[in-house]
Design a protein around this ligand. Structure first.
Ligand code: PHE
Length: 339
């Protein structure tokens, strides 16, 4: 058994304090506690050699040093245990924390789609001219979409509308369609109300078409219908002209070109002239055909009217110089944000 000296005690104490300082976890502390203060610990071993110290004075002094060293180690363990307990608790709380802040980010504010913007401006302009806004269903009967518009089953003009048919229970095949134009709203409005009528009907229409830069199988039109006493072609031309200036600006003007539609007679296409002198084809129009008035329950001897219809998407495309109609409907936010 070795005789303990104050130098041995100092070295054992310093080694013990150093390993406590290096402890990283509460488990390390538990292990060091057993190791440093247990029966096999360095200080305990030195204590067991105390009996071999010669003088009583020296034995007392060495004994005191040993006790002080053990207390210092016990204190250091307690202190480090406390510090590690705090750190470990903080780490656990941080790991278990729910980050609710990600739901509190400021939402980005969107805006209406470029087609919706054109749609709404068109409504505004026509409301300003004294029209009301009407609507009809996108899934239509063959009767409203064709028959009542003076296009019986064998009418060749039906071929120009690449029609999508809908199967549904209870209706014979081929009698339900996705409306190919907004003109069936004319019939619905005439049947629902009494003249005089001054209305526009914007909406979605469908044609069997392969999408390309200028065609989409789903697109938007706005229909106009006026029924009153003594309405003539001059009223139609004047309305188109007033609309053109209100929508595009005072530098624009319009013209009618003779054309053909089964539901109007006479019929015309209308074009608008840009300030730089270019002509753009916009849509179709004409005086409502007497057969159409009759289908709508209106007496053609008493009332007359005009109708027009044109594409909303194309107007948005012209206005913003968009090259490809398809871009308007892919939902790409980088495109949508530009308008
Ligand atoms: N419905 C026609 C089309 O889709 C446009 C039109 C509407 C023409 C009203 C004349 C009168 O092409």
């Amino acid at each position: 058994m070795t005789t303990p000296t104050s130098a041995d005690i100092g070295a054992a104490r310093d080694a013990a304090l150093a390993s406590i300082g290096a402890a990283q976890t509460l488990d390390d502390i538990a292990r060091l506690d057993a190791e440093l203060l247990g029966k096999r610990g360095a200080l305990a071993m030195l204590k067991s050699g105390l009996g071999s110290v010669e003088s009583i004075e020296d034995r007392k002094a060495i004994g005191r040093l040993l006790n002080e060293a053990q207390r210092a180690v016990a204190d250091a363990l307690a202190e480090r245990r406390g510090a590690l307990a705090v750190t470990e608790r903080e780490a656990r709380v941080a790991a278990e924390r729910l980050d609710l802040t990600e739901y509190v980010v400021t939402p980005r504010r969107g805006h209406a789609h470029v087609v919706t913007q054109a749609w709404e401006r068109l409504e505004d302009v026509f409301i300003g001219l004294g029209f009301v806004v009407a609507e009809g269903p996108e899934v239509e009967t063959d009767w409203h979409n064709f028959e009542a518009l003076n296009m019986p089953a064998t009418h060749p003009a039906r071929n120009e509308f690449d029609t999508l048919f809908v199967d549904h229970a209870g209706a014979p095949p081929g009698t339900t369609v996705l409306r190919t134009h907004t003109s069936p709203v004319q019939i619905r409005a005439m049947l629902a109300g009494e003249p005089p009528l001054y209305l526009v009907a914007p909406g979605r229409v469908f044609r069997r078409d392969t999408p390309d830069a200028t065609h989409m199988p789903v697109f938007h039109q706005i229909e106009g219908l006026v029924i009153d006493r003594d309405i003539n072609l001059g009223h139609l031309a004047g309305t188109i002209e007033a609309f053109t200036k209100a929508f595009f600006g005072p530098g624009f003007s319009s013209r009618l070109r003779p054309s053909y539609f089964p539901f109007t007679e006479p019929s015309a296409e209308f074009d608008i002239r840009t300030p730089s002198g270019e002509w753009l084809e916009l849509g179709g129009c004409g005086m409502v055909h007497p057969n159409v008035l009759r289908a709508g329950g209106i007496d053609p001897e008493e009332w007359s009217g005009f109708a027009f219809g044109f594409g909303i998407d194309r107007m948005a495309r012209e206005r913003h110089q968009i090259d490809d109609l398809r871009e308007m409907f892919t939902g790409d936010i980088r495109f949508a944000e530009q308008f």
